[in-house]
Ligand binder design. Structure first.
Ligand SMILES: *Cc1c(COP(=O)(O)O)cnc(C)c1O
Length: 435
Protein backbone atom coordinates (compact mmCIF):
# COMPACT_ATOMS: atom_id res chain seq x y z
CA UNK A 1 0.00 0.00 0.00
CA UNK A 2 1.21 3.51 -0.69
CA UNK A 3 1.47 6.18 1.95
CA UNK A 4 -1.50 7.92 0.39
CA UNK A 5 -3.75 4.93 1.10
CA UNK A 6 -7.29 5.96 0.38
CA UNK A 7 -9.92 5.23 2.92
CA UNK A 8 -12.70 7.40 1.55
CA UNK A 9 -15.33 4.65 1.84
CA UNK A 10 -14.40 4.06 5.48
CA UNK A 11 -14.95 7.76 6.02
CA UNK A 12 -18.38 7.57 4.40
CA UNK A 13 -19.37 4.56 6.51
CA UNK A 14 -18.11 6.31 9.60
CA UNK A 15 -20.39 9.28 8.91
CA UNK A 16 -23.38 6.94 8.81
CA UNK A 17 -22.20 4.97 11.83
CA UNK A 18 -21.82 7.99 14.14
CA UNK A 19 -25.44 8.84 13.48
CA UNK A 20 -26.44 5.39 14.71
CA UNK A 21 -24.06 4.30 17.45
CA UNK A 22 -22.12 6.27 20.06
CA UNK A 23 -18.94 7.39 18.26
CA UNK A 24 -19.98 5.03 15.46
CA UNK A 25 -18.77 1.93 17.30
CA UNK A 26 -19.96 -0.90 19.49
CA UNK A 27 -16.93 -0.93 21.77
CA UNK A 28 -15.06 2.27 22.68
CA UNK A 29 -11.46 1.43 21.80
CA UNK A 30 -12.48 0.82 18.17
CA UNK A 31 -13.25 4.52 17.82
CA UNK A 32 -9.69 5.77 17.09
CA UNK A 33 -10.08 8.45 19.75
CA UNK A 34 -6.60 7.68 21.10
CA UNK A 35 -4.83 8.05 17.75
CA UNK A 36 -7.14 10.41 15.88
CA UNK A 37 -8.62 9.87 12.45
CA UNK A 38 -11.38 7.61 11.25
CA UNK A 39 -11.81 3.94 12.15
CA UNK A 40 -11.26 1.53 9.29
CA UNK A 41 -14.33 -0.42 8.15
CA UNK A 42 -13.55 -3.98 7.13
CA UNK A 43 -15.24 -6.37 4.75
CA UNK A 44 -13.18 -9.47 5.07
CA UNK A 45 -10.61 -11.33 7.10
CA UNK A 46 -8.52 -14.17 5.67
CA UNK A 47 -5.66 -15.81 7.57
CA UNK A 48 -3.31 -13.02 8.69
CA UNK A 49 -5.03 -10.35 6.60
CA UNK A 50 -7.86 -7.87 6.87
CA UNK A 51 -9.42 -6.13 3.86
CA UNK A 52 -11.16 -2.80 4.18
CA UNK A 53 -14.11 -1.32 2.31
CA UNK A 54 -11.73 0.65 0.06
CA UNK A 55 -9.94 -2.51 -1.04
CA UNK A 56 -6.82 -2.01 1.08
CA UNK A 57 -5.19 -5.09 2.56
CA UNK A 58 -3.59 -5.10 6.02
CA UNK A 59 -1.56 -7.56 8.01
CA UNK A 60 -3.64 -7.85 11.15
CA UNK A 61 -1.86 -7.79 14.52
CA UNK A 62 -5.00 -6.94 16.45
CA UNK A 63 -6.63 -10.33 15.91
CA UNK A 64 -10.02 -9.04 17.06
CA UNK A 65 -8.28 -8.27 20.39
CA UNK A 66 -7.28 -11.84 21.10
CA UNK A 67 -9.67 -14.55 19.88
CA UNK A 68 -8.05 -15.16 16.50
CA UNK A 69 -5.10 -17.34 17.47
CA UNK A 70 -5.64 -19.27 14.23
CA UNK A 71 -6.09 -16.15 12.12
CA UNK A 72 -9.22 -15.12 10.23
CA UNK A 73 -11.66 -17.66 8.82
CA UNK A 74 -9.65 -20.79 9.53
CA UNK A 75 -11.24 -23.39 7.20
CA UNK A 76 -11.83 -25.95 9.95
CA UNK A 77 -13.40 -23.42 12.28
CA UNK A 78 -15.61 -22.06 9.52
CA UNK A 79 -16.65 -25.57 8.43
CA UNK A 80 -17.52 -26.64 11.97
CA UNK A 81 -19.59 -23.49 12.46
CA UNK A 82 -21.32 -23.88 9.12
CA UNK A 83 -22.23 -27.52 9.64
CA UNK A 84 -23.52 -26.81 13.11
CA UNK A 85 -25.64 -23.88 11.92
CA UNK A 86 -27.47 -26.14 9.50
CA UNK A 87 -28.94 -27.99 12.49
CA UNK A 88 -30.26 -24.95 14.30
CA UNK A 89 -28.69 -21.93 15.93
CA UNK A 90 -29.85 -22.38 19.49
CA UNK A 91 -31.86 -24.89 21.49
CA UNK A 92 -32.04 -23.33 24.93
CA UNK A 93 -31.55 -26.89 26.12
CA UNK A 94 -28.57 -29.21 26.62
CA UNK A 95 -26.65 -30.62 23.65
CA UNK A 96 -23.51 -32.65 23.05
CA UNK A 97 -21.52 -29.67 21.78
CA UNK A 98 -21.39 -28.23 25.28
CA UNK A 99 -19.92 -31.44 26.64
CA UNK A 100 -17.35 -31.65 23.86
CA UNK A 101 -16.06 -28.13 24.45
CA UNK A 102 -16.19 -28.50 28.25
CA UNK A 103 -14.14 -31.71 28.00
CA UNK A 104 -11.58 -30.04 25.75
CA UNK A 105 -11.32 -27.08 28.12
CA UNK A 106 -10.92 -29.26 31.20
CA UNK A 107 -8.44 -31.56 29.53
CA UNK A 108 -6.19 -28.54 28.98
CA UNK A 109 -6.97 -26.98 32.38
CA UNK A 110 -7.45 -29.79 34.91
CA UNK A 111 -8.04 -27.33 37.74
CA UNK A 112 -11.41 -26.53 36.15
CA UNK A 113 -13.21 -29.41 37.83
CA UNK A 114 -16.52 -27.80 36.89
CA UNK A 115 -17.20 -25.00 34.47
CA UNK A 116 -20.04 -23.07 32.99
CA UNK A 117 -20.30 -21.32 29.63
CA UNK A 118 -21.52 -17.77 29.25
CA UNK A 119 -21.45 -15.36 26.32
CA UNK A 120 -18.58 -12.93 27.03
CA UNK A 121 -15.53 -12.37 29.16
CA UNK A 122 -17.36 -9.71 31.13
CA UNK A 123 -20.10 -12.17 32.00
CA UNK A 124 -17.56 -14.81 33.00
CA UNK A 125 -15.80 -12.41 35.39
CA UNK A 126 -19.04 -11.03 36.80
CA UNK A 127 -20.23 -14.58 37.51
CA UNK A 128 -16.92 -15.74 39.01
CA UNK A 129 -16.90 -12.78 41.38
CA UNK A 130 -20.46 -13.57 42.45
CA UNK A 131 -19.58 -17.21 43.01
CA UNK A 132 -16.50 -16.26 45.06
CA UNK A 133 -18.70 -14.09 47.25
CA UNK A 134 -21.45 -16.69 47.50
CA UNK A 135 -19.02 -19.46 48.36
CA UNK A 136 -17.06 -17.57 51.00
CA UNK A 137 -19.97 -15.56 52.39
CA UNK A 138 -17.64 -12.55 52.23
CA UNK A 139 -17.92 -9.32 50.25
CA UNK A 140 -14.53 -7.83 49.44
CA UNK A 141 -12.88 -8.39 46.08
CA UNK A 142 -9.33 -7.23 45.47
CA UNK A 143 -8.34 -6.25 41.97
CA UNK A 144 -5.10 -4.82 40.65
CA UNK A 145 -4.45 -1.42 39.18
CA UNK A 146 -3.71 -1.92 35.49
CA UNK A 147 -5.76 -5.11 35.06
CA UNK A 148 -8.99 -5.07 33.07
CA UNK A 149 -11.76 -7.52 33.76
CA UNK A 150 -14.55 -6.36 31.50
CA UNK A 151 -17.26 -3.89 32.37
CA UNK A 152 -19.13 -5.36 35.33
CA UNK A 153 -20.06 -2.53 37.73
CA UNK A 154 -18.06 -3.69 40.74
CA UNK A 155 -14.85 -3.93 38.72
CA UNK A 156 -15.02 -0.52 37.04
CA UNK A 157 -12.90 0.94 39.79
CA UNK A 158 -10.00 3.33 40.14
CA UNK A 159 -7.50 2.97 42.94
CA UNK A 160 -8.38 5.02 46.02
CA UNK A 161 -6.00 7.57 47.49
CA UNK A 162 -4.56 5.28 50.15
CA UNK A 163 -3.43 1.70 49.77
CA UNK A 164 -6.04 0.01 51.88
CA UNK A 165 -8.93 2.22 50.86
CA UNK A 166 -11.79 1.16 48.68
CA UNK A 167 -11.86 2.19 45.05
CA UNK A 168 -14.08 4.76 43.42
CA UNK A 169 -16.12 4.07 40.27
CA UNK A 170 -14.16 4.66 37.07
CA UNK A 171 -17.34 5.00 35.03
CA UNK A 172 -20.34 7.25 35.32
CA UNK A 173 -23.48 5.29 36.06
CA UNK A 174 -21.84 3.14 38.71
CA UNK A 175 -22.99 4.17 42.21
CA UNK A 176 -20.14 4.43 44.73
CA UNK A 177 -22.03 1.86 46.80
CA UNK A 178 -21.50 -0.71 44.02
CA UNK A 179 -17.72 -0.48 44.26
CA UNK A 180 -17.42 -0.13 48.00
CA UNK A 181 -16.51 -3.80 48.32
CA UNK A 182 -13.71 -3.58 45.76
CA UNK A 183 -10.16 -2.75 46.79
CA UNK A 184 -7.62 -1.83 44.13
CA UNK A 185 -4.05 -2.97 44.86
CA UNK A 186 -0.85 -2.23 42.95
CA UNK A 187 0.70 -5.07 40.96
CA UNK A 188 4.18 -6.34 41.83
CA UNK A 189 3.90 -5.33 45.48
CA UNK A 190 3.84 -7.99 48.19
CA UNK A 191 3.90 -5.40 50.97
CA UNK A 192 0.75 -3.66 49.75
CA UNK A 193 -0.91 -7.05 49.60
CA UNK A 194 0.13 -7.81 53.17
CA UNK A 195 -1.31 -4.54 54.35
CA UNK A 196 -4.66 -5.18 52.69
CA UNK A 197 -4.78 -8.78 53.90
CA UNK A 198 -3.96 -7.78 57.45
CA UNK A 199 -6.70 -5.18 57.54
CA UNK A 200 -9.43 -7.14 55.79
CA UNK A 201 -8.53 -10.85 55.98
CA UNK A 202 -11.86 -12.15 57.28
CA UNK A 203 -13.86 -10.19 54.72
CA UNK A 204 -11.97 -10.97 51.51
CA UNK A 205 -13.98 -13.18 49.17
CA UNK A 206 -11.48 -13.22 46.36
CA UNK A 207 -8.54 -11.70 44.58
CA UNK A 208 -8.83 -11.32 40.83
CA UNK A 209 -5.82 -10.84 38.60
CA UNK A 210 -4.84 -11.11 34.97
CA UNK A 211 -1.85 -13.40 35.55
CA UNK A 212 -0.47 -12.02 32.29
CA UNK A 213 -1.76 -8.44 32.47
CA UNK A 214 -2.30 -7.51 28.82
CA UNK A 215 -4.84 -4.72 28.84
CA UNK A 216 -2.56 -1.83 29.86
CA UNK A 217 0.49 -2.59 27.86
CA UNK A 218 1.95 -5.93 28.88
CA UNK A 219 2.80 -5.78 32.59
CA UNK A 220 4.57 -9.11 32.96
CA UNK A 221 4.66 -10.15 36.61
CA UNK A 222 7.38 -11.83 38.63
CA UNK A 223 6.39 -15.48 39.14
CA UNK A 224 7.22 -14.99 42.81
CA UNK A 225 4.53 -12.32 43.09
CA UNK A 226 1.89 -14.63 41.66
CA UNK A 227 3.06 -17.45 43.91
CA UNK A 228 2.83 -15.16 46.91
CA UNK A 229 -0.69 -14.25 45.94
CA UNK A 230 -1.59 -17.94 45.77
CA UNK A 231 -0.10 -18.60 49.18
CA UNK A 232 -1.78 -15.65 50.88
CA UNK A 233 -5.21 -16.42 49.40
CA UNK A 234 -4.96 -19.98 50.68
CA UNK A 235 -3.98 -18.74 54.14
CA UNK A 236 -7.05 -16.53 54.52
CA UNK A 237 -9.50 -18.74 52.61
CA UNK A 238 -10.07 -16.26 49.78
CA UNK A 239 -10.63 -17.42 46.20
CA UNK A 240 -7.77 -16.70 43.83
CA UNK A 241 -9.41 -15.85 40.51
CA UNK A 242 -7.24 -15.93 37.40
CA UNK A 243 -8.77 -13.85 34.65
CA UNK A 244 -7.50 -15.82 31.68
CA UNK A 245 -9.79 -14.16 29.14
CA UNK A 246 -6.70 -13.18 27.13
CA UNK A 247 -4.07 -15.60 28.44
CA UNK A 248 -6.26 -18.72 28.32
CA UNK A 249 -5.28 -20.94 25.35
CA UNK A 250 -2.99 -18.07 24.27
CA UNK A 251 0.22 -18.30 26.30
CA UNK A 252 -0.18 -22.10 26.44
CA UNK A 253 -3.04 -24.55 26.03
CA UNK A 254 -3.33 -24.45 29.82
CA UNK A 255 -2.97 -20.66 29.94
CA UNK A 256 -1.08 -18.78 32.61
CA UNK A 257 -1.96 -21.45 35.19
CA UNK A 258 0.19 -23.82 33.15
CA UNK A 259 3.16 -21.56 32.50
CA UNK A 260 3.37 -20.41 36.12
CA UNK A 261 2.27 -23.78 37.55
CA UNK A 262 -0.24 -22.09 39.84
CA UNK A 263 -3.74 -23.42 40.44
CA UNK A 264 -6.32 -20.69 40.90
CA UNK A 265 -9.56 -21.51 42.73
CA UNK A 266 -11.58 -19.96 39.92
CA UNK A 267 -10.67 -18.89 36.40
CA UNK A 268 -12.43 -16.97 33.67
CA UNK A 269 -12.21 -17.35 29.91
CA UNK A 270 -13.37 -15.58 26.78
CA UNK A 271 -11.82 -14.65 23.45
CA UNK A 272 -10.07 -17.82 22.15
CA UNK A 273 -12.50 -20.17 23.90
CA UNK A 274 -15.20 -19.21 21.37
CA UNK A 275 -12.94 -19.26 18.32
CA UNK A 276 -14.27 -15.85 17.25
CA UNK A 277 -17.86 -16.24 18.43
CA UNK A 278 -19.23 -14.75 21.66
CA UNK A 279 -18.36 -17.36 24.29
CA UNK A 280 -17.02 -17.02 27.80
CA UNK A 281 -16.63 -19.49 30.64
CA UNK A 282 -15.88 -19.61 34.31
CA UNK A 283 -14.83 -22.61 36.27
CA UNK A 284 -12.75 -23.98 39.09
CA UNK A 285 -12.93 -26.20 42.12
CA UNK A 286 -15.96 -28.46 42.30
CA UNK A 287 -16.64 -27.42 45.88
CA UNK A 288 -16.98 -23.80 44.73
CA UNK A 289 -18.96 -24.42 41.53
CA UNK A 290 -21.43 -26.52 43.51
CA UNK A 291 -22.74 -23.24 44.87
CA UNK A 292 -24.03 -22.22 41.42
CA UNK A 293 -27.78 -22.49 40.72
CA UNK A 294 -29.60 -24.82 40.61
CA UNK A 295 -27.18 -26.81 42.82
CA UNK A 296 -26.59 -23.86 45.11
CA UNK A 297 -27.82 -20.40 45.91
CA UNK A 298 -25.59 -18.35 43.57
CA UNK A 299 -27.82 -17.38 40.65
CA UNK A 300 -26.35 -17.22 37.17
CA UNK A 301 -28.04 -17.94 33.84
CA UNK A 302 -28.01 -17.18 30.11
CA UNK A 303 -30.44 -17.65 27.22
CA UNK A 304 -27.68 -18.22 24.65
CA UNK A 305 -25.11 -19.74 27.03
CA UNK A 306 -23.49 -22.81 25.49
CA UNK A 307 -25.08 -22.11 22.12
CA UNK A 308 -24.18 -24.66 19.44
CA UNK A 309 -22.32 -22.26 17.14
CA UNK A 310 -20.01 -20.91 19.81
CA UNK A 311 -19.33 -24.41 21.12
CA UNK A 312 -18.47 -25.67 17.63
CA UNK A 313 -16.15 -22.78 16.79
CA UNK A 314 -14.46 -23.05 20.17
CA UNK A 315 -14.02 -26.80 19.92
CA UNK A 316 -12.61 -26.66 16.38
CA UNK A 317 -10.13 -24.03 17.58
CA UNK A 318 -9.08 -25.92 20.70
CA UNK A 319 -8.66 -29.17 18.76
CA UNK A 320 -6.24 -27.53 16.36
CA UNK A 321 -4.33 -25.94 19.24
CA UNK A 322 -4.13 -29.32 20.97
CA UNK A 323 -3.19 -31.40 17.95
CA UNK A 324 -0.59 -29.17 16.30
CA UNK A 325 2.57 -27.40 17.39
CA UNK A 326 1.03 -23.93 17.27
CA UNK A 327 2.60 -22.76 20.55
CA UNK A 328 6.16 -23.66 19.48
CA UNK A 329 5.57 -21.97 16.16
CA UNK A 330 4.20 -18.84 17.84
CA UNK A 331 7.10 -18.75 20.29
CA UNK A 332 9.64 -18.83 17.44
CA UNK A 333 7.75 -16.19 15.51
CA UNK A 334 7.36 -14.04 18.60
CA UNK A 335 11.08 -14.26 19.36
CA UNK A 336 11.92 -13.17 15.81
CA UNK A 337 9.53 -10.26 16.06
CA UNK A 338 10.87 -9.16 19.44
CA UNK A 339 14.53 -9.33 18.41
CA UNK A 340 14.19 -7.68 15.03
CA UNK A 341 11.80 -4.99 16.17
CA UNK A 342 14.05 -4.16 19.12
CA UNK A 343 17.06 -3.93 16.79
CA UNK A 344 15.12 -1.58 14.56
CA UNK A 345 14.12 0.67 17.45
CA UNK A 346 17.73 0.69 18.67
CA UNK A 347 19.15 1.46 15.23
CA UNK A 348 16.94 4.53 15.00
CA UNK A 349 17.80 5.58 18.54
CA UNK A 350 14.13 5.18 19.44
CA UNK A 351 13.51 4.94 23.16
CA UNK A 352 11.32 1.87 23.05
CA UNK A 353 11.30 -1.74 24.10
CA UNK A 354 9.40 -4.77 22.89
CA UNK A 355 7.74 -6.73 25.67
CA UNK A 356 6.48 -10.22 24.91
CA UNK A 357 4.93 -13.36 26.32
CA UNK A 358 4.61 -15.97 23.59
CA UNK A 359 2.39 -14.52 20.88
CA UNK A 360 1.37 -11.43 22.88
CA UNK A 361 3.63 -8.44 22.30
CA UNK A 362 3.68 -4.79 23.21
CA UNK A 363 5.72 -1.92 21.83
CA UNK A 364 6.55 0.05 24.99
CA UNK A 365 7.34 3.47 23.54
CA UNK A 366 9.28 4.68 26.55
CA UNK A 367 12.84 4.49 27.79
CA UNK A 368 14.00 2.19 30.55
CA UNK A 369 13.02 -1.27 31.66
CA UNK A 370 9.48 -2.40 30.83
CA UNK A 371 6.93 -1.54 33.52
CA UNK A 372 5.43 -4.12 35.88
CA UNK A 373 2.80 -1.79 37.33
CA UNK A 374 0.21 0.60 35.97
CA UNK A 375 1.93 3.48 37.76
CA UNK A 376 5.19 2.79 35.92
CA UNK A 377 3.60 3.09 32.47
CA UNK A 378 4.79 6.18 30.60
CA UNK A 379 1.80 8.44 29.87
CA UNK A 380 3.86 10.12 27.14
CA UNK A 381 3.83 6.97 25.03
CA UNK A 382 0.39 7.84 23.67
CA UNK A 383 1.66 10.95 21.91
CA UNK A 384 4.65 9.08 20.47
CA UNK A 385 2.42 6.28 19.26
CA UNK A 386 0.05 8.40 17.17
CA UNK A 387 2.38 9.23 14.24
CA UNK A 388 3.79 5.70 14.28
CA UNK A 389 0.28 4.23 14.23
CA UNK A 390 -0.75 6.15 11.13
CA UNK A 391 2.52 5.44 9.33
CA UNK A 392 1.98 1.73 9.97
CA UNK A 393 -1.68 1.85 8.98
CA UNK A 394 -0.74 3.52 5.70
CA UNK A 395 1.82 0.78 5.14
CA UNK A 396 -0.78 -1.94 5.55
CA UNK A 397 -0.19 -2.87 9.19
CA UNK A 398 -3.23 -3.02 11.46
CA UNK A 399 -2.94 -2.71 15.24
CA UNK A 400 -5.48 -1.84 17.89
CA UNK A 401 -5.59 1.98 17.88
CA UNK A 402 -3.91 2.69 21.22
CA UNK A 403 -0.36 2.81 22.58
CA UNK A 404 -1.46 0.67 25.51
CA UNK A 405 -2.97 -2.20 23.56
CA UNK A 406 -0.94 -5.32 22.91
CA UNK A 407 -0.48 -6.98 19.53
CA UNK A 408 -1.23 -10.62 18.80
CA UNK A 409 0.43 -13.12 16.52
CA UNK A 410 -1.58 -15.98 15.10
CA UNK A 411 -0.81 -19.33 13.54
CA UNK A 412 -1.69 -17.70 10.21
CA UNK A 413 1.29 -15.35 10.50
CA UNK A 414 4.69 -16.47 9.25
CA UNK A 415 8.16 -14.95 9.00
CA UNK A 416 7.15 -12.83 6.03
CA UNK A 417 4.44 -11.05 8.02
CA UNK A 418 6.71 -10.43 10.96
CA UNK A 419 9.43 -9.13 8.65
CA UNK A 420 6.91 -6.87 6.92
CA UNK A 421 6.00 -5.39 10.30
CA UNK A 422 9.66 -4.79 11.13
CA UNK A 423 10.25 -3.17 7.74
CA UNK A 424 7.19 -0.99 8.13
CA UNK A 425 8.38 0.20 11.55
CA UNK A 426 11.82 0.83 10.04
CA UNK A 427 10.32 2.89 7.22
CA UNK A 428 7.98 4.74 9.58
CA UNK A 429 10.85 5.72 11.87
CA UNK A 430 12.97 6.73 8.85
CA UNK A 431 10.16 8.93 7.59
CA UNK A 432 10.02 10.86 10.81
CA UNK A 433 7.61 9.09 13.14
CA UNK A 434 10.32 9.74 15.70
CA UNK A 435 10.21 8.29 19.18
C1 LIG B 1 -11.41 -8.87 26.98
C2 LIG B 1 -11.28 -9.09 28.45
C3 LIG B 1 -12.39 -9.17 29.31
C4 LIG B 1 -13.79 -8.87 28.83
O1 LIG B 1 -14.21 -9.75 27.87
P1 LIG B 1 -15.43 -9.30 26.88
O2 LIG B 1 -15.69 -10.52 26.08
O3 LIG B 1 -14.90 -8.14 26.11
O4 LIG B 1 -16.56 -8.93 27.76
C5 LIG B 1 -12.20 -9.53 30.62
N1 LIG B 1 -10.97 -9.77 31.10
C6 LIG B 1 -9.88 -9.69 30.32
C7 LIG B 1 -8.54 -10.01 30.89
C8 LIG B 1 -9.99 -9.33 28.98
O5 LIG B 1 -8.90 -9.20 28.24
Amino acid sequence: MTQQARRTRSEEYYKRAVDLMPAGVNSPVRAFRAVGGTPVFFTKGAGPNLYDVDGNCYIDFCGSWGPLILGHAHPKVVAATHETALNGLTFGAPHAGEIALAEAVREANPHLERLRFVSSGTEAVMSAVRVARGFTGRNIIIKFDGCYHGHADSLLVNAGSGLVTFGTPSSAGVPAEFTKHTIVAPLDDEKALDEIFETHAGNIAGVIIEPVPANNGLLLQRPAFLQYLRKRCTEIGACLIFDEVISGFRVALGGAAQIYQIKPDLATYGKIIGGGLPVGAYGGRKEILNHVAPLGRVYQAGTLSGNPLGMAAGLATLQILRDSNVYDQLERLGARLQQNLQKTFDRHGARASVVRQGSIFWMNLAPGTPPRTAAAIDAGAAARFTPLYHELLNRGIYFGPSAYEVGFLSAAHDESHVDALVQAVDAALASGAGL
